[in-house]
Write a new protein. Structure first.
Ligand code: ADP
Length: 267
């Protein structure tokens, strides 16, 4: 019988680990960033039940950048809220970073959101009485990080969005684009892996929208994010790896995937 020396055993365990790592890194083998199964969402209204989705499926791979487009009222924001554990579906499952977010208690969902998800909205919702630096630090301070550390991290993030010199300005002293850059830094300061953006450029002129989108693209790539953007801007959507159109309660592929993004598919 073959005897394993300690060195041979170490070597065997190293190659086992290496082959597991290789298998995980093979396209299609790592778990998706988001998997939505048979999602349903309806609202009871005075005029009857509004079925927004009944059997919606979606798979988004880690590090993909996906745009969601569709007519006003199609349910894009509602879908984004459900993906980000801000709203609950009427039926179906949503796995986000391998966690079934539909099974979380409200307290667990809050902790999950703080840890895993960065949100950006059309309107920045900065706190007007605080400076840009304090606004960016806010999620860390709320999470119990010491003030000095939180402000240092916020300062690094303001530098990432090119706003170091505006750190002591209050939101009323910033332009719309600058406010959105602060909001972006605030969304990412806690190190989430998933960025959900609802019309992040919707309130901005074309040039400023372009500048914000470039920053989102850069941060998406440099921080290895998975990003989902709801937008009405088809030119910006076309620059994402995939564009999905939400209509009639389902998602359909609306444009080709770019070469640099990993493959993903609608189930
Ligand atoms: P979109 O982002 O595509 O414009 P939304 O997700 O905001 O669409 O809304 C989709 C539809 O759901 C709209 O018709 C809206 O009026 C309806 N809706 C959203 N929230 C509620 C609610 N709490 N109760 C009833 N209807 C709602």
């Amino acid at each position: 019988m073959m005897q394993h020396t300690p060195a041979a055993a170490q070597q065997a365990s190293r190659s086992q680990r290496d082959s597991e790592t290789r298998a995980r890194l093979e396209p299609g083998n790592s778990p998706p960033a988001i998997e939505v199964q048979d999602l349903g969402k309806s609202y009871r209204t005075a005029r009857g039940t509004l079925h927004l989705f009944e059997h919606l499926n979606l798979r988004v791979e880690s590090r993909e950048m996906v745009a969601i487009v569709g007519q006003s009222g199609a349910g894009k924001s509602t879908l984004l809220h459900i993906l980000g554990a801000l709203d609950t579906p009427s039926s179906g499952r949503v796995y986000c970073a391998s966690t079934d977010v539909t099974s979380l208690t409200p307290r667990q969902a809050a902790a999950f959101r703080n840890r895993e998800i960065g949100y950006v909205w059309q309107f920045h919702y900065l706190l007007p009485e605080f400076t840009a630096l304090e606004n960016v630090a806010m999620p860390l301070l709320a999470g119990g990080i010491r003030r000095k550390e939180a402000l240092e991290a916020a300062s690094r993030w303001l530098a990432e969005v090119g706003l170091e010199e505006r750190r002591d300005h209050r939101s009323g002293e910033l332009s719309g684009g600058e406010q959105q850059r602060v909001a972006l830094a605030r969304a990412l300061v806690s190190g989430p892996r998933l960025l959900l953006a609802d019309e992040p450029t919707g309130d901005l002129d074309a040039m400023t929208a372009e500048r914000i989108f470039e920053i989102v693209e850069r941060l998406h790539a440099s921080h290895g994010l998975t990003s989902i953007l709801v937008t009405h801007n088809l030119d910006l959507a076309a620059r994402c790896g995939r564009t999905l159109r939400l209509e009639n309660g389902g998602l359909a592929e609306a444009a080709g995937a770019s070469k640099c993004d990993p493959p993903g598919s609608i189930l």
